[in-house]
Design a protein around this ligand. Structure first.
Ligand SMILES: O=C(O)C[C@H]1C=CC(=O)O1
Length: 92
């Protein structure tokens, strides 16, 4: 199943800079692992925002929830998930 995921990141100013840098480095590593595994086939920056639109490939809602809730930045994110179905006009 494919899911469109919108993530908005809000790191509080109270988080020490070195801790924020550590969490972002862990996030990058985890994100790239899921991308290499084919679980996170698209990630696009929203221009001018600390936000992204991503496409995830997951077996079901539970697998997607596990992937999202394991994101190191998860405590600092607002996430909106849109399940995707095949478009009847798609040629792919
Ligand atoms: O930068 C972001 O959009 C947040 C997050 C998602 C992947 C990643 O490396 O960071």
């Amino acid at each position: 199943m494919l899911f469109l995921v919108h993530m908005i990141v809000n790191i509080p100013a109270s988080l020490p800079a070195d801790e924020a840098a550590r969490v972002k480095a862990e996030e990058k590593e985890y994100s790239q692992k899921l991308q290499r595994e084919g679980k996170w086939p698209h990630i696009w920056r929203v221009v001018g925002e600390y936000a992204n639109y991503s496409v995830f490939e997951a077996r079901d809602n539970d697998e997607l929830h596990t992937m999202l809730s394991n994101l190191p930045l998860f405590p600092y994110m607002q996430i909106k998930v849109t399940p995707l179905a095949r478009h009847p006009s798609s040629i792919h």
